[in-house]
Design a protein around this ligand. Structure first.
Ligand SMILES: [Zn+2]
Length: 463
């Protein structure tokens, strides 16, 4: 791995001379309470989009525009002067933020940013305004220094990521001509720790089902009918018990058939991560780990598919006792998917599995929650990942390890719509309190993110 002294980083001087202005800009953006979940903040979300657009203009980006959707607006800007042979990168982030309650747990007001002990505390500091800002500033710095960029760059800064990006994919298809790219750079994630830089290369997919079973027209007296009529609580308990075998594996036929094995590079990287199981258990508030036998916690949460029952609602659960056989029950079941499982195929398998377990004479309905989200993976041997690896190694002075994300997000749609590899340049840390009171950005990570964003464009141009 090639190493460069920190002073050789292209944007080192820019960071030194512009730091005060950049922090003031960050504060100004963070003061806009762009909470997408609250309709009464719609004007703030728009103001935040316009603020982002203005930052892009000041940075030297062109064609800057607010892209309206059926929901909250995104901001767009580009710089397309690197020539047709240079790759085109689309930077993705979001400018909306999570709600702030419980307010009394904040040590300073969420929309009055402060820097304490080298941390910027405010809602949106790490998720995601801070991470969008260092990307924009990196472009500004390079244009100031060199008058040009080594790659063509487009920015798409979304306004409703925190409410599940309901209009995002529509926007991508609608604006596909404008947004088309060779590589996507997502700046909305994190790293293993300050001293263990890492690159996320994949996210899990998701399918979710709402199942209702109906055994009778009304609740029945358990003395008069119990023991001779079907009980939906028993039925649901049986279904739930049947979802996993004794080794914690999901029992849907063919469920694991499409799971792609980890490459040696990924296995090595996973094993090299300094994972502390005790600490992890404490962070989760659990006393034991559970799940698929023979797999580590990181495998179980990142690289293996899983099934979780998220809720059961059947019969009487109020105070005291009610002697009934309930007439109806409901269970909600989710599956997290990994490459190369496909939501449609898993949905079909689950529907068939369920149909085979509902006895004759029992009515049931199954409602999939939307079309599901496919899993996403950027192979670690993709040249674009190599470019990001070199950029991060140069700034953190350490070769980054590869991680994955157990959750699901709009990143999958970006990769699918543009058929492009998705890179995650994220500087968040496990203690950054994403979505929680006292959200923070460690400023040292912020500056490193800015420096790495600058290096990444050069590395990507090299191929
Ligand atoms: Zn985010």
């Amino acid at each position: 791995m090639q190493r460069v002294a920190e002073s050789d980083l292209q944007l080192r001087e820019y960071v030194d001379t512009e730091a005060d202005r950049i922090v003031a800009t960050l504060f100004e953006w963070l003061r806009i309470p762009s909470i997408s979940a609250h309709p009464d903040h719609a004007a703030d979300v728009r103001k935040s989009a316009e603020f982002g657009a203005q930052l892009m203009r000041e940075a030297g980006l062109e064609h800057v525009e607010i892209l309206d959707t059926a929901g909250a607006p995104s901001a767009y800007g580009d710089h397309l002067h690197a020539g047709p042979d240079a790759p085109t990168a689309l930077v993705y982030g979001h400018h909306d933020v999570q709600p702030v309650d419980p307010l009394d747990q904040w040590t300073s007001p969420p929309f009055e940013p402060v820097i304490v002990d080298g941390e910027c505390r405010a809602r949106g500091a790490i998720d995601d305004k801070g991470q969008v800002l260092y990307e924009i500033e990196a472009v500004r710095g390079l244009l100031q220094r060199n008058g040009k960029l080594p790659v063509n760059v487009k920015f798409l800064v979304e306004g409703e990521e925190e409410v599940g990006s309901p209009n995002f994919e529509d926007l991508l298809w609608r604006e596909k001509g404008r947004l088309v790219c060779d590589v996507v750079v997502v700046s909305d994630t994190g790293m293993w720790s300050r001293s263990v830089p890492s690159i996320c290369v994949g996210m899990r997919g998701l399918v979710a089902f709402d199942v209702t079973v109906r055994t009778a027209t009304i609740d029945l007296h358990s003395g008069s009918f119990g023991g001779a009529v079907p009980n939906p609580a028993h039925l649901i308990a049986g279904l739930v018990a049947d979802l996993h075998d004794d080794n914690g594996r999901v029992t849907l036929p063919g469920f694991y058939d499409d799971v792609r094995a980890l490459t040696e590079d990924e296995q090595r990287s996973l094993a090299a991560l300094p994972f502390d199981e005790e600490k992890w258990k404490r962070s989760a508030g659990v006393k034991r780990v559970d799940g698929e036998a023979g797999r580590s916690v990181l495998e179980r949460t990142w690289t293996r598919p899983t099934c979780d029952v998220v809720g059961i609602d059947v019969g009487y659960s109020g105070e005291g006792m009610k002697t009934i056989v309930p007439a109806e029950g409901n269970v909600k079941i989710t599956f997290r998917l990994v490459p190369d499982q496909q939501p449609a195929k898993v949905t079909e398998a689950f529907e068939a599995w369920l149909a085979g377990r509902i006895p004759e004479g029992v009515e049931y309905t199954i409602r999939p929650e939307g079309p599901g989200v496919a899993p996403a993976l950027t192979p670690v041997d993709n040249p674009a990942v190599g470019a990001l690896r070199r950029a991060i190694a140069r700034v953190w002075d350490k070769d980054p390890l590869f991680t994955r994300e157990g959750g699901s997000g709009p990143e999958e749609a970006l990769g699918r719509v543009f058929q492009a590899p998705v890179l995650f340049l994220g500087v968040g840390l496990p203690g950054d309190r994403f979505h929680a009171p006292n959200e923070r950005m460690v400023m040292d990570q912020f500056w490193k993110g800015l420096l790495a964003a600058g290096e990444l464009w050069t590395e990507l141009a090299r191929g």
